[in-house]
Ligand binder design. Structure first.
Ligand SMILES: C[C@@]1(CC(=O)O)C2=NC(=C\c3[nH]c(c(CCC(=O)O)c3CC(=O)O)Cc3[nH]c(c(CC(=O)O)c3CCC(=O)O)/C=C3\N/C(=C\2)[C@@H](CCC(=O)O)[C@]3(C)CC(=O)O)/[C@H]1CCC(=O)O
Ligand SMILES: NC(=O)c1ccc[n+]([C@@H]2O[C@H](COP(=O)([O-])OP(=O)(O)OC[C@H]3O[C@@H](n4cnc5c(N)ncnc54)[C@H](O)[C@@H]3O)[C@@H](O)[C@H]2O)c1
Length: 195
């Protein structure tokens, strides 16, 4: 069976990260960028996470993981260096919780794809855990094909689209215009490489 790709709105949502090391820091960077309210359960924090804690960008519960810690969190990420603890996290969540297990993807119910952004454009690459290193390499090759100009172009497209959708014109005509706008953007920006 294949996985279902989705983009998750995490603004103000409580997210629990177990572990305070290198991998946890990367996940937390992405989560806070998405506006999540991150709580970390870990006996120790790496220097960057300790800094974020002092800046009150995360809540730190200084302790080893216990199964009841997952209660009340919509999203849970296990990123400790202990396979046993990570598996314990997977075993503690309820079926309605989203859980990512950094060292045993099949024990969780979501993984994080390698990705890059150009403003509102997100390009994500997943190998479903087959080779995270290959996903990163493919991501890097694709990223080189997308200049920074895509960000502005998408803002402009969104404005134009919203304006068009408000106009009381024929639906067919609107759709044709929207497609033409997309074609023009693609024509002018495709393969405008990053220097
Ligand atoms: C894309 C990215 C997103 C993110 O983590 O945010 C991500 N891994 C990244 C980095 C990275 N991963 C690894 C290294 C060290 C090796 C190296 O340097 O190559 C580095 C680099 C580093 O840590 O610096 C190795 C690794 N990864 C996993 C295992 C465990 C295992 O599979 O057993 C092992 C150890 C076994 C091995 O080596 O294979 C597991 C997972 N890693 C995934 C995603 C998910 C599947 C994605 C997919 O396949 O589509 C999945 C299943 C779970 C998850 O969702 O976490 C992020 C890109 C960062 C960026 O943007 O640059
Ligand atoms: N998914 C990925 O992208 C990816 C990439 C590389 C490695 N990994 C795997 O991720 C794991 C973490 O790697 P790392 O480099 O971040 O390790 P690390 O050594 O930098 O950090 C480990 C953290 O786990 C915490 N921890 C240990 N026991 C704990 C417990 N009982 N409760 C709560 N926290 C506890 C420690 O305090 C520490 O903060 C490893 O298992 C590694 O195999 C995953």
């Amino acid at each position: 069976m294949s996985e279902y790709p989705l983009m998750l709105s995490l603004e103000k949502k409580p997210v629990l990260v177990i572990g305070g090391g290198k991998v946890a820091a990367r996940k937390i960077a992405g989560l806070t960028e998405a506006g999540a309210k991150v709580t970390v359960v870990a006996p120790t924090l790496s220097p960057p996470l300790d800094q974020w804690h002092r800046e009150q960008r995360l809540v730190w519960r200084k302790k080893p993981f216990a199964p009841e810690d997952v209660q009340g969190f919509w999203v849970v990420v296990a990123a400790t260096d202990s396979a046993e603890v990570n598996q314990q996290v997977a075993d503690s969540v309820q079926p309605h919780q989203l859980v990512n297990i950094a060292d045993q993807p099949q024990s969780g119910n979501f993984t994080i794809p390698a990705h890059f952004r150009r403003g509102r454009l997100t390009v994500a690459v997943s190998t479903g855990g087959a080779s995270p290193s290959l996903a990163v390499r493919i991501r890097d090759r694709l990223a080189a094909m997308f200049s920074r100009d895509w960000a502005d172009a998408l803002d402009t497209l969104m404005e134009k689209r919203n304006r068009l959708l408000r106009e009381p014109t024929d639906k067919k005509e609107t759709r044709a215009k929207l497609r033409r706008m997309a074609d023009e953007a693609l024509e002018s920006l495709w393969d405008t490489r990053v220097d």
